[in-house]
Design a protein around this ligand. Sequence first.
Ligand code: PGA
Ligand code: ZN
Length: 438
Amino acid sequence: MATLMGLKARQVLDSRGRPTVEVDAIASTGAIGRAIVPSGASTGRHEAIELRDADRPRYGGLGVMQAVENVTRHIAPEVIGIDLDDQPGLDARLIALDGTPNKSRLGANAVLGVSLAVAHATALARGEELFVHLNRLWNNRLAKEGIQPDLPTMPMPMVNMISGGLHAGGNLDIQDVLLIPTAATSYSEALEQIVRLYRVVGTILRKAGHESVLVGDEGGYGPRLRDAEEAFRIVTEAIVACGLEPGRDAAIAPDVASNHFFDPARGTYRMKATGDLDRDSAAMVDLIAGWAERYPIVSIEDGLAEDDWEGWSALTARLGGRMQLVGDDLFTTQEARIRRGIEQKAGNAVLIKVNQVGTLTETFDALVLARSAGFRAVVSARSGETEDATIADLAVATAAGQIKIGSVARSERLAKYNRLLRIEEALGPDAPFARPFG
Ligand code: PGA
Ligand code: ZN
């Protein structure tokens, strides 16, 4: 079988013009696999560490040259020559080389770049599409757990319509108002509906007097609205205007990202845009339950802060039976935190971001654990992205069921939506499509 002949790494820029790590993995067949690492803005405290060159003046201290050097100087000599078919072995080696619980020595950006670039190189060396190769790796993993294999399955998209929080200059307290075309019967039909809905949301905003409807980091509109409920009303209006039935054909899925307005010193949620400054955890649960009563919401992400386990359990007891409650900053794609969530009945779904954990194998760990506990999974991009579309293949290969990429604007988002269109075509007219809310 092919082996790894070399690794190259370089600094490139992401969709915010911030440096990030790109890795080329060179196979003994001559195939070159490439991956570019994404980067978040509303990161959780428990995420794996992204190394940045704080001590170097270039790019205002945001450079990633140290991580790049870690790939070429420290990782390459240890992994060159490995059997490309042994991704778990490679990842285990990367984890051991780093030796810290949060990848702070080599940097999760260095480690993830290598892990994903090698997966790309292996697929190329085998003459396979990436999702086919990843699906085999995934099914090998499932077999070890005694779980039936998955067919490659197109995910239901969860798409950003209106942006707020740290993604759009603090115009709105909550971070994103997303939409799920729940009744779509294929990925391409879902995408077409989403584009139509996105246009109509823009029209409604313009009619309401938001003259410059600019977009946030993930391509969602970033208007200055009164509160989250105004955003929910606008998106619901768009669903109706498209001739769809809210809650049946299309539904809302806010990412509250409450962590960034939680004040740990006071123990309260402080929503500055609305002047709602002193909500304790129970009052935050009441607020969210009220939204769920009044709007066609089927999924809520990060309704409570990353360490508010009690609040999460209370929210799950209240709403978990009738909607998806997704932990992003809560779980940070880490097996140990997901296990705690399962034990404490905190949330019922996991957001999966590869750079929160740092290797493909650990991403599979998170997905397998979620699967065996009956938790749903949403494979997600970051707010800082690039043309790299690996997560599209990952979502299909693992039959995760849902994908969250941002809006249908800006090419770092469309790179993934378009990759999914190509995968759907490759799978043929009977491509399995996940309809978790259908
Ligand atoms: P981030 O945002 O990439 O800035 O963390 C995405 C999210 O919160 O889901
Ligand atoms: Zn989130």
